[in-house]
Design a protein around this ligand. Structure first.
Ligand SMILES: Nc1ncnc2c1ncn2[C@@H]1O[C@H](COP(=O)(O)OP(=O)(O)O)[C@@H](O)[C@H]1O
Ligand SMILES: [Mg+2]
Length: 300
């Protein structure tokens, strides 16, 4: 038996444990105005991992490039997508596509017209809230919604931040990692104050981590200091299989589920789900104590 097969068993077993369902739908915006930091990769792989863990998941591809749609194998060139919803031309339910091979993973694709949306939205009524209003119609059907943003802080990203409950920032562990983060945090602050007071920066994921380099570890330490509660302490390693998967219209979760990148994304997804699971009621403990009372004379 080759080593692949041995690890495969572990992979399958992990999936047998369902992931925790959240109390109510968790809507994440995955944003960072820097390109190439792993927004799309994190979006599609965490979403796929959660769907494998038994959760109902929706990915909204809000980047005109359509990389998330591609990675999920969803056609996005000549089809209707999120652009038509933002423009008020299509009901959101009509543009949802099923992702092949996953029982409960859906995607709302982008298309190239989305590139015009930044400009066309400017003159529209409630231009920052168009995604939020549309998403409200369907979000209760899902446990998790992930919105993949373009690499800018324009109206598309603002729409995503206004529609979400949580912000997930992927940070690439490289030299300029934290540069530009203040701009993103500023936009987050403005949206939180003016449009969406309940928005929380809840989650930071380190991507393309190389544990052998001092630099990767320094960046990780730095992020951990600034965001001890938000950081998911499982970094995503730089891994060839992760970057190959999109060219096969797949996530790494199906392309090579036992590769280090896939295993890391599975762990990150599980950690995100754990953080979102219902907390036990504070009164619950006292009931448990009374169950454990021993009768007099009884031995332990
Ligand atoms: N963990 C990783 N290991 C190797 N390559 C990666 C990893 N994460 C992302 N990549 C690659 O880096 C590039 C940028 O990632 P992407 O997710 O598209 O970034 P963004 O959406 O922020 O622009 C892509 O080519 C992707 O395949
Ligand atoms: Mg992207």
């Amino acid at each position: 038996m080759d080593s692949r097969e041995t690890t495969k068993v572990i992979g399958v077993r992990r999936l047998k444990e369902a992931m925790a369902k959240p109390v109510s739908t968790r809507i994440f915006t995955v944003a960072n105005q820097k390109g190439g930091v792993g927004k799309t990769t994190t979006t599609v792989n965490v979403a796929a991992a959660m769907a494998m863990g038994g959760l109902r998941v929706l990915v909204i591809d809000l980047d005109p490039q359509g990389n998330a749609s591609t990675a999920l194998g969803v056609p996005h060139r000549d089809t209707e997508g999120i652009y038509d919803v933002l423009m008020g031309n299509s009901p959101i339910a009509s543009v949802i596509k099923k992702v092949a091979g996953f029982p409960a993973l859906d995607c709302i694709p982008s298309n190239s017209s989305l590139a015009n949306a930044e400009v066309e939205l400017v003159s529209m009524v409630a231009r920052e809230l168009r995604l939020k209003e549309a998403l409200e119609e369907i979000s209760p059907n899902y446990d998790y919604v992930f919105i993949d943003c373009p690499p800018s802080l324009g109206l598309l990203t603002v729409n995503a931040l206004a529609a979400a409950k949580e912000l997930l920032i992927p940070i690439q562990t490289e030299y300029y990692a934290l540069e530009g983060l203040s701009q993103l945090l500023e936009t987050y602050g403005v949206v939180k104050k003016r449009l969406n007071p309940s928005l929380e920066l809840s989650t930071i994921v380190l991507t393309m981590f190389d544990g052998r380099t001092r630099l990767s570890n320094d960046v990780a330490d730095n992020v951990r200091q600034h965001f001890p509660n938000e950081l998911i302490d499982i970094p995503i390693p730089r891994a060839v299989r992760v970057s190959e998967a999109p060219s096969y219209d797949q996530t790494v979760m199906t392309y090579d589920p036992v590769s280090p990148g896939a295993i890391a994304y599975m762990q990150v997804a599980r950690e995100i789900a754990e953080r979102g699971k219902p907390k036990l009621d504070a009164n619950f403990d006292s009931n448990v104590v009374s169950i454990n009372y021993k009768k007099e004379g009884e031995t332990a």
